[in-house]
Design a binder for this molecule. Structure first.
Ligand SMILES: C[S@@+](CC[C@H](N)C(=O)[O-])C[C@H]1O[C@@H](n2cnc3c(N)ncnc32)[C@H](O)[C@@H]1O
Length: 252
């Protein structure tokens, strides 16, 4: 069951945030070579449309040439690429997994995009207070060892009134579709993931982490608790994913 009381991702010893971060980094390093292929195959290409929706949600900021926008937990850079092709803002990517970042750099260079990527932990970002106009993150937030700390750190680096967009797996809201999707997600996806990635385990973690991740209402409530205003969300593909948005309020 999803719970609003889940503190963050757990991989390894429950409650050990440092160990979870290390294990998450190792897991993504192991699947980097096939990561993009797996994303597109396992979601039947929907991940591309979902990231595009995240970029659209920030259109107002992305149109401003002086704006600075961060793709947090950028992985191989697909959201950063979508953000930079949707406007004229300066886009940065941050991730703590070195092989994912190298791949992101190669993809940006192949498209002639002047994106910069920084190796950094989302819970301790190398950006000054109130320095960013928007932060967007796709399928990364769920992996943080402490969601409230993650939101506090995002709030710290955002300018007052700055925008946050979190694209994450969520909870399907159409009952029949939910049954079908659960079967796929629990039984088919982990096997396909193991097979295509050639690494046993990561896609079982994906299944388990989505199961315990706060649902739409719980994540929206957490965003409000952590000082975000104008909080809302939109279900994508019946709630397989949800796009959460909010703005840094002037005061907590
Ligand atoms: C599922 S991938 C998503 C990648 C990309 N955003 C996308 O849309 O495909 C999750 C990414 O989050 C990164 N990540 C997880 N926890 C992190 C943390 N605490 N700090 C920085 N990056 C983190 C992982 O290294 C991984 O690249």
């Amino acid at each position: 069951m999803a719970s609003s009381r889940v503190r963050g991702a757990t991989l390894g010893s429950p409650g050990d945030e440092l160990e979870t971060a290390r294990a998450v980094r190792g897991l993504f390093a192991a699947i980097t070579p096939r990561y993009d292929l797996l994303n597109h195959v396992l979601s039947l290409g929907a991940d591309i449309l979902w990231r595009r929706e995240a970029a659209r949600a920030l259109a107002g900021t992305l149109e401003q040439p002086e704006a600075l926008v961060l793709d947090l937990c950028c992985g191989t850079g697909d959201l950063a690429i979508a953000l930079s092709t949707h406007g004229r803002a300066t886009v940065r990517g941050a991730d703590f997994c070195h092989p994912m970042l190298r791949r992101a750099e190669a993809k940006a260079a192949a498209r002639d995009l002047r994106l910069k990527f920084v190796e950094a932990d989302a819970l301790q970002l190398p950006f000054a207070d109130s320095s960013l106009d928007a932060v967007a993150t796709a399928f990364g937030f769920r992996n943080l060892a402490n969601y409230a700390r993650g939101l506090r750190e995002i709030r710290r680096v955002l300018k007052p009134g700055g925008s946050l967009a979190i694209l994450e797996f969520s909870h399907v809201r159409w009952p029949l579709f939910d049954l079908l999707f659960r079967f796929y997600f629990r039984h088919v996806l982990p096997k396909l993931g193991d097979w295509i990635s050639g690494v046993p385990g990561p896609y079982r973690y994906l299944r388990d982490s989505v199961k315990v991740f706060p649902d739409q209402e719980a994540l929206a409530a957490l965003m409000k608790d952590e000082g975000f205003a104008e909080v809302g969300y939109r279900n994508l593909t019946g709630g397989i994913a949800a796009l959460h948005t909010g703005k840094k309020s002037e005061s907590l």
